[in-house]
Write a protein that binds this ligand. Sequence first.
Ligand code: ADP
Ligand code: ZN
Ligand code: MG
Length: 645
Amino acid sequence: MAIASPKKPKNKKNGTPPPARRGWRALFGGPSFFSNLITTVLIFLLLMSIYSLVEGLAKPAVDVPLSVVAADVAEGKIRSITVNGDSLGLVYTDESTKVSRKDPSAGLPETLATYGVTPEELSKVSITIRGQSGFQFWFLTLAPILLPLLFVAAFFWIISRQVRGAGMQAFSFGQSKARVIDPADSSQRVTFADIAGAREAKEELLEIVDFLKNPKKFLDIGARIPKGIILMGAPGTGKTLLARAVAGEAGVPFFSISGSEFVEMFVGVGASRVRDLFQLAKKAAPAIIFVDEIDAVGRVRGAGVGGGNDEREQTLNQILVEMDGFEPNEKVVVMAATNRPDVLDPALLRPGRFDRRVTIDLPDRRDREEILKIHARAKPLGPDVALAVIAERTPGFSGAELYSLMNEGAILAAREDRKELTQYDLIRSIEKVMLGPERKSHLLSKKEKELTSYHEAGHALVSSVLENADPVHKISIISRGRAAGYTLKLPFEDRKMQSKKQFLDDIAATLGGYVAEEMLFNDVTTGPSNDLVVITALARDMVSRYGMSDKLGPVAFGERAMGNEPYSERVAGEIDDEVSRIIEEARARATAVITKHRKALDAIAKELMEKETVERAEFEKILIAHGITPKAKEEEGIVIAPPRP
Ligand code: ADP
Ligand code: ZN
Ligand code: MG
């Protein structure tokens, strides 16, 4: 039971880094370390016993004393003797073999002579003297010392590999784990042509490309090129892509590392890794260093609950030290990306550091069409595909979401064994990306179906009647993701700002579902709980962030957290009162609309129960039949944006 409207540009709180893994668990990668350790020790013991077993087997069983050898020689029983140092290999005439030992300092003939073997008797035996080879000698002497050492080394090697596999670098302290993209690797190369929209950002970055391509020109004239550029924008707007494109355009190596990687390391490791990274990049200069998600290390220091985070601070300090230490002729440009510019430490943004800021907005309609075109390059499109219409229906989508929309479309076509994507594939993909996959298996009972229909009809009706709410494009009671049904509303145009009136009508429309349930069934279900979360957060933001409360006035109160109390208890109470008042008034307005247009509500709900999904055209017919004028409709759904200068 969700109202699906495109995301509001404001109030984004994404990109919080994952909680730090610290202590012994971080050190050893959790309990799996111990099972690995035990496995390794067992393998070690097994190898040891196999080794001694094989060695034992290799020893021939029969070892005879020299006196017996002498007697056997005298009797002519022995055919040949191989002398190897002090050991004797005996081959008897009956093909059996035995071994013996002699005094290493004395020769074999002398030794046998002392046992009374005559030279004639000895001459019948063929004697081969085999000196111990140098290698054999050294091997035999060193093996007892070296083998255990080798085992120990192998043990550590295996462990370190496993530990690294578990996401830890316990054995590679300090080594920069940066990923490098080599300019020669054309499969990884990204250029500006792969990025649609973001015109201002590209223009700004073109200068950096120029510098990296031809640093001499700039340095000769004494120009100082910015060392640090920070890319700011919502998740999925192409920050990482842009940074890579700068390297691709300039044909320089691209060293990238993510701020969140530093969070789970030992104290000091992050700093030394930063040092290594800068060292590497300087060697490869001209080059780009890219620090993704810099907010993970670059948050305002000393804020946060429970004091600072040493590791983060040291890492951040090291980044600043490295940047400050750049020589004027250093040809390394540091780029960073964040979706939380508001939390960055001001020290990062000082001149000489990340003093260039490039903002990337969510794409507008025209950009969205261009992005779709880029991602449609390798996909055969059917004749009915109109990417402009898809772009029009996806306000608030980021580049990454448009990419997955295109991809979902291709998956749909492939699953139905078609060679081309159709417009319908893409339209279905919009909802899939927005709301998650349809859950056809989720069967509603008759009662649930009625309830859901009235709930969604409530949203749709209030949204259509209130002046500042968005027009309804589609209503459905097919569940998707976590929602039992949904009402798809889309604004007329891309919005960068929202007004108080829009917010108020939004809240009323979102309450429409709750009010319809309450009025009709005299009861409330758990269905609208998510609606309530959404409107409460929105009302709170109106009061405490956007200054939209008449009573409290244009004050941005900031967020309240432990140890950070920007306003008093009294104001906190007043904010709560204002939030309640806004929601109560919205509820009254929703109730008024539904009471007045009760017949329309019944008609919409009935249609929903029957068809499960009602598209815009059918929905507007019902509205007109009940004397409600639908919101103005764009011609054929496409409005051509005026060309930009
Ligand atoms: P961010 O780093 O801002 O979160 P990414 O650069 O990782 O976003 O973008 C994710 C993906 O979305 C890209 O790999 C690309 O496929 C797509 N994308 C994002 N913005 C654009 C754009 N302006 N043009 C083309 N593709 C884009
Ligand atoms: Zn709802
Ligand atoms: Mg990124």
